[in-house]
Write a protein that binds this ligand. Structure first.
Ligand code: FAD
Length: 390
């Protein structure tokens, strides 16, 4: 027998979960199909940074609208998202000072708490940091990080209590259509009918797109992270940081740990099904060398763990949010290694699009699929350049 739903969401990561929550609270009965388990993809490996500093205004607007959900999670969603306020610093090399100032101005116009501070200010905020190789940083006092797996689980728990259904170990193998409209999907074991199907399949989004006859310009992006034990004399915590000077980001983690990821050396095109989840052999050495440039005291730290994850990456390293291919087929994918922090607002926008015919929370019209065929790339007015460097 074919089961039916109001909408089928392919993928039980943070985006599938956020959309299921938003659809269910609008009275729909969505069905989430997940090939493994909730947060088995990028979400379960995500570093969870929650900051609003982007050079593209709609991304900052999405992050800011999402931030308000992270901060008021208990009332809006229920359960826990693990938001931890640490303050966020965006450190840039001196040649990017003007770009930094312009972007902070853009953030302030959106209402985001952000200001430009000097290297001396950073030294006071983070005494363990070396501060003689940059002049200015952006500071977001309210930002920090959250727990991606916990957030996805909480979104799905709330969605299910409002009528959504989640089926795990259900790999979608085909999308069915009739007269140019989606009619549902097939998994290895079942058929499901729905007038709406959403591709929220992360690093597998290109494969799912092909099931609907679409060639999506999404490759896979593999990203290693390491947790290092911090020497206790470096203090109980430190700000969350994106450090363009040294091509890395880092943040504190409970238990006296510091989490590090690098902006370079993230291989493209590796299959998440065969590439494994061990960090690359030289990654830990590179991460330790890099963090010691900013926090010299980390020379006395030690390795806790290192792991790899995968996300879908587009040519301009920005998401695809669209309705494309057969009628009723939606794209919420291509998050390019930065999609956790915007997931709450993206889910709201996509639900508004599906239910009301138009997103309202944020103008997401720039994230359409056609930009690639038309040779356009989404770039900020004051661009830093691509975050992920080969
Ligand atoms: C190591 C790492 C660190 C990151 N750090 C940050 C960060 O600090 N801040 C930030 O904002 N972003 C970060 N990101 C990016 C962010 O985590 C991702 O953009 C986001 O989690 C993507 O969520 P998603 O739901 O689109 O994809 P996923 O979480 O990958 O979920 C997609 C799901 O679809 C399922 N699926 C695939 N194919 C099928 C199928 N055929 N049938 C059924 N199910 C299917 C998969 O099993 C998977 O669970 C990071 C990513 C990685 C990998």
């Amino acid at each position: 027998m074919t089961e039916s739903a109001d909408a089928i969401i392919i993928g039980g990561g943070i985006h599938g979960a956020s959309l299921a929550f938003q659809l269910a609270r609008r009275g729909l009965k969505p069905l989430v199909l997940e090939r493994r388990f909730v947060a088995a993809g990028a979400t379960g490996r995500s570093s969870g940074l929650v900051r609003m500093h982007y050079d593209l205004e709609p991304e900052s607007a999405l992050a800011w609208a999402s931030y308000r959900i992270f901060r008021n999670w208990g009332e809006i969603v229920g359960g826990e998202c693990g938001f931890t306020r640490t303050g966020f610093l965006q450190i840039v090399p001196p040649e990017a000072n003007d770009v930094l100032r312009a972007n902070v101005g853009m953030h302030q116009k959106l209402g985001i708490p952000s200001l430009v501070i000097t290297a001396d200010d950073v030294r006071r905020l983070a005494p363990s940091f070396r501060t003689d190789d940059f002049e200015l940083a952006a500071f977001e006092p309210e930002s920090g990080y959250a727990d991606p797996t916990g957030s996805a689980a909480a979104f799905l728990a709330a969605a299910r209590s409002a009528g959504a259904r989640l089926v795990q170990e259900a790999r979608v193998t085909a999308i069915t259509t009739s007269g140019g409209r989606v009619t549902g999907v097939e998994t290895e074991d079942e058929r499901y009918a729905a007038p709406i199907v959403v591709n929220a399949a992360g690093a597998w989004a290109a494969e799912v797109g092909r099931m609907a006859g679409l060639e999506l310009p999404i490759t896979t992006w593999r990203h290693d992270t390491a947790f290092l034990r911090r020497p206790p004399d470096l203090g109980p915590s430190h700000p969350t940081v994106i450090d363009f000077t040294h091509l890395m980001y880092f943040r504190p983690e409970t238990g006296g740990l510091t989490l590090i990821g690098l902006e370079d050396g993230n291989p493209l095109g590796v299959s998440p099904d065969t590439g494994g989840d061990q960090a690359q052999p030289n990654f830990v050495d590179r991460a330790v060398e890099r963090i010691c440039r900013r926090m010299p005291g980390m020379e006395r730290g030690s390795l806790h763990s290192a792991i790899a994850g995968y996300d879908g990456l587009t040519p301009d390293q920005r998401a695809i949010l669209d309705q494309a291919g057969p009628d009723g087929f939606y794209l919420e994918c291509g998050f390019s290694g930065t999609g956790f922090k915007i997931a709450p607002a993206v889910g709201a926008c996509m639900a508004e699009w599906i239910v009301d015919g138009k997103p309202r929370t944020v103008d997401i019209s720039g994230f359409g699929l056609n930009r690639f065929a038309e040779g356009r790339r989404l770039t900020g007015e004051h661009a830093y350049g691509e975050i992920w460097i080969q």
